[in-house]
Design a protein around this ligand. Structure first.
Ligand code: ADP
Length: 413
């Protein structure tokens, strides 16, 4: 069986360019394609203005701000790499690629592919220039590389400390029981830090893997908060922090959730509050049931800055249960709010008493809440504390068959 011609060849090679340009049928089809596409014809190789685009689909016209149907290629694209790729295709009949960068507030990266089209002695050489937006792919690659670099760095710090103390214990501290005890204490802390870091990294990776699968269990938010506060009571006591709670009666704030993950959300938020609030002050935890999305996202107005970290896709009429955690710590300056859930992001200059965090707690919270189709907001005033709100959809009432409804059409197997 003969190989089918490539789509681009079959479209253009059999049609004079004027017909492609003229509109239907192919122009209309090409206009539907999201990738910018230009049909370029070449004249004398030495004459740069001889390369002309004779057709640009709608996406190309928008990206390159093309207003004319036909013009020298350099009026649309000046990037030398792209022009070289076009030349390769036009004059060497070789498919060629280049990266085309559109500079702006946020640079966008396009892969430009120049595909030669069959030329005959009677027709000028022509090529299709196809652009594909690779910005998101590049961003993803960059984020992965940054994440690996950060994770390695975070692990290397306690590891270097452990190695250093092992050397010291083998050397001059060998015969000094007092120093040995002290160093072993520090080593224990560093090993604990590495363990927490690895636990958080694995937790984050597990959550991400299952993020596309919505949870199906039912969890009572009031009970979940009480369980977490019980578990954190020793830490709060150690730091002389008191909890103040406002909780609806058990059974009134039920959400569709994975229980362990919801416990982790509450725990990370309350642990941060305990960590950052001054000794002797209060952390307030509220659960608010049956909110509309507008109610869940409305800031309390008590704190100056407000940022929505995560907004769910709104299903009409969906109701939410929110958990709010308020502390009286240093707060967070407005410019840091959008970056809080980035992995390993820490606000500079914030000194945590013993047991500094891993920098992954809020990233974990965000991914869990996203899996639950919920949202998250943060409010803060520098010097007056912060309030984090996470909200997730309430349990859907079980659909009860309507006995009075007329029977539906019968289906035969
Ligand atoms: P960490 O483990 O460092 O606490 P998180 O992801 O939980 O990491 O938080 C990221 C950063 O956000 C923290 O390092 C801190 O700078 C800031 N932050 C989080 N919660 C609070 C809070 N309640 N008050 C002030 N700053 C906070």
């Amino acid at each position: 069986m003969a190989a089918a011609p490539r789509a681009t060849e079959s479209i253009v090679a059999s049609e004079p360019s004027s017909q492609v340009n003229a509109g239907p049928p192919y122009a209309a089809m090409l206009d539907l394609i999201a990738d910018p596409i230009l049909l370029v014809q070449g004249g004398d190789r030495a004459d740069l203005s001889g390369r002309r685009f004779v057709f640009a689909n709608a996406a190309a016209r928008t990206l390159l701000r093309i207003q004319r149907q036909e013009a020298p290629l350099t009026t649309a694209i000046r990037a030398p790499e792209v022009l070289d790729a076009v030349d390769e295709a036009l004059y060497a009949a070789t498919e060629s690629e280049a990266v085309y960068v559109v500079r702006g507030v946020q640079d966008r990266f396009w892969r430009a592919r120049a595909v030669p089209l069959a030329s005959t002695p009677t027709r000028v050489a022509s090529t299709l220039l196809i652009l594909r937006d690779e910005t998101e792919v590049r961003r993803g690659e960059r984020a992965r590389a940054d994440f690996l670099a950060n994770a390695s760095h975070e692990l290397r710090t306690p590891l270097a400390s452990l190695s250093g103390f092992i050397e010291t214990l083998r050397g001059h501290a060998k015969e000094d029981p007092e120093a040995r005890e002290r160093f072993l204490g520090i080593m224990h802390t560093q090993a604990d830090r590495m363990r927490r870091l690895i636990d958080d990294l694995m937790s984050l990776s597990r959550i991400e893997q299952g993020e596309h699968i919505a949870p199906s269990g039912a969890v009572d938010m009031t009970v979940a908060v009480i369980d977490v506060l019980d578990a954190l009571a020793p830490l709060a006591k150690e730091r002389c922090v008191t909890f103040q709670t406002t909780l609806p009666p058990a059974g009134e704030a039920r959400v569709t959730a994975d229980r362990d993950q919801i416990l982790q959300v509450i725990q990370n938020l309350v642990e941060n509050a305990i960590k950052y609030t001054p000794t002797g002050s209060t952390v307030t935890i509220e659960v608010l049931g049956d909110l509309t999305s507008a109610q869940a996202t409305t800031p309390t107005g008590e704190l100056a800055a407000h940022f929505s970290i995560l907004t769910p896709d709104h299903a009409a009429g969906r109701r939410y249960v929110a958990v709010r955690v308020r502390d009286h710590g240093p707060g967070i300056a407005r410019n840091h709010l959008p970056r809080l859930t980035e992995r390993f992001y820490r606000v500079e200059g914030q000194k945590v008493r013993e047991r500094p965090g891993t920098g992954l707690g809020l990233a974990i919270v965000k991914h869990i809440v996203n899996r639950h189709r919920g949202g998250m907001i943060v409010e803060s005033t520098e010097g007056a504390g912060a309030r984090f709100t996470a909200y997730v959809p309430v349990v859907e009432p079980i659909a009860i068959a309507d006995e009075t409804a007329a029977p539906g059409p019968q289906t035969t197997p």
